[in-house]
Structure formats: C-alpha cells, structure tokens
Write a protein that binds this ligand. Structure first.
Ligand SMILES: [Zn+2]
Length: 295
C-alpha cells in the first residue's frame, strides 16, 4: 500500500512542477512589459518562449510515459486511456482525486469481474441484515456491509422524499449461494447464456457485500420510477451502476439497470469525472495502477 502512495505522491509533485512551469510561462507571454510577450511567435530568444517550449515538450514526454506506465495493462480503449492520461497531465486534479479514492477502504475499489476473482471463500466481516427502513425488501435474508447498508437507507429516504419507493430484491451472496445460482442458470439456459447472466462463484460483485439488485430484477426496472430515480441520483450516495447499457464488451455483462455497487462518493466522483461514468474502466485503471506499483 505504501508504494502506491509513494508513486502517487511522486506523480503529484511532477504534475505540480509542470503546471507551475506552464503558469509562469503563460504569465510571461501575456505580460506586455516583458520582451517575448506579444512577439513570442517571432522572437526565438524571448525568455517566455523557451520555457513554454520546454514545459510543453516535457509534458508531451510525460503524457507518453504516464500512458505506458499506468495504462499499458489496464486494458482500456486506447482513446479513453489517452484522454485520461492527457487530463492527468493537465494538473494535479486527477492525482488528488485518485489519492482520495486510495484513502478509502480498499474493498470499495477492488476489481471483481469475469477475470478478477475475490480470494477463495471471501466473506465480509461486517454484514448487517437489511430490515427495510425507507425501502422495501422482497425477502427476509438480505444482507449488506455496514457502510453500504447505511448509505442505502440514506438514499432510500431521499427517494421517498421525492415520492419514490426503492425495493431491494437481492444483495450479499455467499460463494456457496453463487455456486447454486450459477449451476441452476447453466442447467436452465446453457453455459453461454448463464455466463452473460450470472457470475462464476468467486467472481460475483454480490460476494463483496456492497451490491444491491433493485426489484424488479429484470429489464422492466429501467422504466419504473425507481429505475429512473436511481439512475439519476445514486451517485450522490456513493452508488454506481456496474453494467451500463452498451458496455457488455467492457464489463462482460449485458445491461443490468437494477445492479448497483456501493463504491463511495470519492470513487463515484473519480468515475464520473475521469472515466465517463463507467465504473469498469476506473476499476481497471486502479487495478493496473496498483499492479504497476509492485504490490
Ligand atoms: Zn446483481
């Protein structure tokens, strides 16, 4: 963990240096009293010019390095990695946002997808039972981790104030339970369809204890008042849609309008600001970032 912070802080100072260079440079070139201000484009020996050029060239090189360093293994679409690397090189905002995420509970940003499993038999230690406060439940045995449960209650209360009732249909699933769900799906629909619908045991976000499926757990949810409300407001409470419409290639799952993961407000901000709202991409980036820190 220490290495990630060292690496992130180092990058932070490098970026501060670049942004102070380019600020100084643009001040010089804007000031009419300084030679090389208005005349920058013709005068080659103007002091402002040299420093702009050097800072730009350094920044270009830095973006290139940063891109290879942190995105090489992230498996992001190339256009997106370049966009993110570029925004990271503009100044310290990206790094500050990343640091804020890395300071949260590491299970919030843990990548769990078709190729990244939880440790075998993982079970969270702070599960609490969902009793239904401001929201409804469809069954008695629903559980979430404590932070997710209290955030869910807060979100549901806000929805209620807007006249919308949220109903939870599924939440924490143990590895053993996922074995049963997966095997049943394989039996009923065959391996290929089962893999689109459900995760292999150990590979389900539900096993983190940070995920809810709102009810009804089917495509009709998107058009319900609850579906629309959650899509618009869940981020404010630290919840993020895991499998958005049109990203099956990236996430491995078809669109699931009902499946939300609690990732915390810091990570929602990071996802929305730098990764176009796609949770999968931000988690892939963080995974690669941590891996390249030699953890
Ligand atoms: Zn789900």
């Amino acid at each position: 963990m220490l290495n990630i912070f060292k690496k992130t802080l180092l990058l932070f100072f490098v970026l501060l240096y670049f942004s102070s260079c380019s600020k100084r440079a643009s001040k010089i070139s804007e000031s009419p009293d300084v030679p090389g201000g208005a005349a920058t484009s013709v005068s080659n020996d103007a002091p402002g010019d040299a420093s702009v050029g050097a800072a730009d060239a350094d920044r270009e090189a830095f973006i290139e390095d940063f891109w290879r360093w942190s995105f090489g293994d992230a498996g992001l679409p190339e256009e997106l990695s370049r966009k993110v690397a570029d925004s990271a090189a503009q100044g310290p905002d990206f790094i500050m946002d990343l640091l804020a995420v890395l300071e949260t509970d590491s299970s919030l940003y843990k990548l769990v997808d078709k190729t990244h499993a939880l440790s075998n038999g993982y079970a969270p230690s702070d599960l609490v039972e969902l009793t239904g406060g401001s929201y409804r439940i469809t069954r008695r045995d629903l559980m979430l981790r404590k932070a997710a449960a209290s955030s869910l209650e807060e979100m549901a209360a806000a929805a209620k104030a807007d006249g919308v009732t949220l109903t939870v249909g599924s939440s924490y699933r143990s590895q053993q339970y996922q074995v049963e769900v997966y095997n049943r799906n394989v039996r009923e629909m065959g391996q290929e369809a089962a893999d689109r619908e459900s995760a292999k045991p150990g590979y389900s976000q539900h096993q983190t204890g940070l995920v809810v499926d709102f009810s009804p757990i089917d495509d009709s949810f998107a058009d319900t008042a609850a579906g629309k409300w959650v899509l618009a407001h869940a981020g404010r409470f630290g919840w993020s849609i895991s499998f958005p419409d049109g990203y099956e290639k990236a996430t491995g799952y078809r669109w699931e309008s009902w499946h939300y993961r609690y990732v915390g407000k810091e990570l929602v901000y990071f996802i929305d600001t730098h990764f176009g709202g796609i949770q999968q991409y931000a988690l892939q980036f963080i995974e690669a970032w941590i891996a390249s820190s030699g953890e």
